[in-house]
Design a protein around this ligand. Sequence first.
Ligand SMILES: *Cc1c(COP(=O)(O)O)cnc(C)c1O
Length: 334
Amino acid sequence: MTAGDPPTLQDVFRARQRIAGVARRTPLVPSSALSARSGRDVRLKLETLQDTGAFKMRGAANAVLGLDAPARARGVVAYSTGNHGRAVAAVAARLGIPATICVSTRTAPAKIAALRGAGCALRVEGASQDEAAAVARRLVERDGLSIVDPIADPAVIAGHGTVGLELLEDWPDLDTVIVPVSGGALIAGIALAVRAACPRCRIVGVSMAEGAAMHASLRAGRPVAVAEAPSLADSLQGGILLDNRHTFRMVRDLVDDLMLVDETAIADTMVHAFAVEGLVIEGAAATPIAALLDPRAALGRRVALVLTGNAVDRRLLARMALDRMPVDDRERAA
Ligand SMILES: *Cc1c(COP(=O)(O)O)cnc(C)c1O
């Protein structure tokens, strides 16, 4: 696999061997509440249980473990709304590799705080994810660092694809997978694996209603920039890169539907996850639940939701829960 070629299913299997022991194999658990509410068999893929709290460990581990010794000695750099940066920092720290993480000034404070404790050099610069990416690229030019790109790197896409392998192993009868979408590396990797095994499975992406770059790009027929808007799903903000190499085409060709969900639905489902499922999930990870419960969704009977991460300010979630928990949910959780 070179940087120019799209990842293959073989790369996903290779990734699984390479990342074993660094990224965790996560459980797929049935949700009786969501199954009852949606009238389908619903299971949750708990990527929230990864070290650093998000699936990003998979792609980061695959990319960093693929670097040769001289590249490891020079160090790695990443740009990120938070979770990718945390994952690259954690993998690099584990392997004794220097890491620099570039985030924009709009990054959620909880994520910046987590990065400060991660043992990496941190650059908080630029008003958007795209500007943070430009800072990272300058460090590649200047210091010869290897960039672990969360969107363009085929090793990252293949690493994320291991989610798809695990879904198929744990639930060979699944017919629908719902995945949150930002730059598209996660859904592209999952689609690569699931589509190969199950041509008829529905693969559904979901983003927040405002500032969804992949959605706008598919509409336009080419990668386009969108203005970032504030959202509870902050991990889904940012562009897909105007020179997008793989994820735009893979999503266009392999994904059945891209849905948009609004902020109220995201908030409601974060609180549902907390109050009823007993799960702390961030806004991005709540979007598949919101999509499942959206009457416009065209879904099969056996639906896997990828709950991607848990990086939410716990005080914010606690306040949302107190404001929104209906009385019957409080009783059920008690
Ligand atoms: C990065 C991220 C996503 C989106 O993944 P992409 O590969 O950028 O589409 C979804 N949820 C969480 C929690 C994330 O950190």
